[in-house]
Design a protein around this ligand. Structure first.
Ligand code: HEM
Length: 404
């Protein structure tokens, strides 16, 4: 039984040796996780695919095996109740119906033509960013001033919140996703309530939304259930923000750490898609899937599971499996093919994979075109330029000071 603390700061800064060790030590790893307890991590890529495509063995819904919901301690999603809009907790026919509705609405809402708008928002954020260190005017916190805000502003528009509400929606979303300060829990609860109320008004037609928005498309597909639509839009919003922010921040960090790869990219931005794919593989923002629970007693890849046993797909480790990618510890944007598991697999495969890819490609291009010589800020005061949010299952910088 390993007692490695996967939320350790050194691990978060340089996770690759430990991930590679996990990937090669065997397909399954028994661990004791802080605050969570005993769990099995599925690390090898074959076992991981088998795990994610075995809904008859493992469920995402703790209610089905009488276990408490631990999503507040694990994975990347906030602690949402197991209500109708929570796609991840649904399984079987209910899940397929909900997911098909979401996927169709996302497709119809014009994600493919979203690039120019993402670029415009990214440029505005970079232009409006301000120096963090008074002694160095060229220092920025790329996380709070860019990576976090870009997906939020894109999603506010995509979902179709009225422009008149955009400012308060931004405030609520920040209070829910990145809670800070003394009254944060209270603010989070009331922001959650306000946001859900506004979404319900939009879905029931009492507040207008643009015809191309995700909300309008959800209503067009099924107008009979405004509350379900509101929960679905709310869940989608929550699932999209921190994960995409982490991808942008980690993309920035990984490219700064690999100047030759960055130079290749800067010489040819048609490589942006491959670069983001390789960032997803090498720097997986969502390190694990959400929790799964064994539905009965069975053997799986040489391990005996008992009903209710807890397991996570260790996506970040499986990306380091030498059986799927040669020299996996090398960050190489020209690798072909790039095999990564960072959006999961099977029925619960991420609905926002394409959108997140587009946002990250545009973000990195705008960032490194605006400030081609971007570096981590000098460590003059002895302070680490990066702060991490400690949460099992995520690799999330909460601050990253850069200079140009
Ligand atoms: C880099 C950014 C992102 C990463 C790394 C990511 C990762 C993931 C992963 C690993 C899962 C599967 C979880 C599991 O099986 O336990 C997932 C599910 C999901 N993601 Fe994402 N995601 C990202 C961005 C987004 C965006 C932008 C959206 C929405 C537009 C989104 C919406 C969802 C939804 C709705 C699910 C649940 C799907 C289901 O249960 O069928 N994600 N995501």
């Amino acid at each position: 039984m390993s007692e490695i603390d996967y939320s350790n700061k050194d691990f978060l800064r340089h996770p690759h040796p430990l991930l590679a060790q996990s990937a090669t030590a065997g397909s399954l790893q028994q661990v004791k996780l802080p605050k969570i307890g005993r769990a099995t991590l599925i690390t090898g890529s074959d076992a991981l695919i088998d795990f994610l495509k075995s809904p008859h063995r493992f469920t995402t819904n703790p209610d089905e095996v009488g276990k408490p919901n631990i999503s507040s301690n694990a994975g990347y999603l906030p602690n949402l109740p197991t209500q109708s809009g929570n796609v991840l907790f649904q399984n079987g026919k209910d899940h397929r119906e909900l997911k098909n509705k979401l996927d169709l609405a996302l497709k119809q809402s014009g994600i493919k033509s979203i690039r120019p708008n993402v670029a415009k928002i990214a440029d505005q954020l970079l232009e409006n960013s301000v120096a963090i260190d008074k002694r160095n005017k060229n220092t920025r916190d790329i996380v709070t001033q860019f990576s976090q805000l870009l997906p939020i502003l894109v999603m506010i528009e995509l979902i179709g919140f009225p422009k008149t509400n955009a400012e308060e929606v931004l405030k609520w979303v920040l209070q829910i996703t990145y809670p800070q300060g003394l009254l944060s829990a209270h603010k989070q609860r009331s922001a959650y309530k306000n946001l859900l109320e506004l979404l319900t008004q939009i879905m029931s037609g009492s507040v207008e939304t643009p015809t191309e928005s995700l909300a309008a498309k959800l209503i067009a597909i099924d107008a009979s259930s405004p509350i379900d639509n509101a929960h679905l839009a709310f869940f989608t919003l929550m699932a999209s923000l921190a994960s995409t922010s982490d991808l942008i921040s980690l993309g920035c960090l990984t490219l700064i750490d690999h100047p030759q790869q960055l130079e290749q990219l800067q010489q040819d931005w048609t490589k942006a898609s491959s670069a983001v794919e390789e960032v997803l593989r090498y720097a997986a923002p969502t390190q694990t899937t959400s929790a799964r629970y064994a539905l009965s007693n069975f053997e799986f890849h040489g391990h005996s599971f008992k009903k209710g046993d807890l397991a996570f797909g260790f996506l970040a480790a499986s990306n380091m499996d030498p059986n799927t990618n040669e020299s996996p510890m090398d960050f190489n944007i020209s690798r072909t093919p790039i095999r990564q598991m960072s959006f999961g697999a099977g029925a619960h495969f991420c609905s926002g994979a394409q959108l997140a890819h587009i946002i990250a490609e545009v973000a990195l291009q705008r960032l490194f075109s605006t400030w081609p010589n971007l570096q981590l800020a000098n460590n003059t005061s002895g302070k680490d330029p990066i702060d991490w949010t400690i949460r099992f299952g995520t690799r999330r910088p909460s601050k990253m000071l850069v200079q140009f």
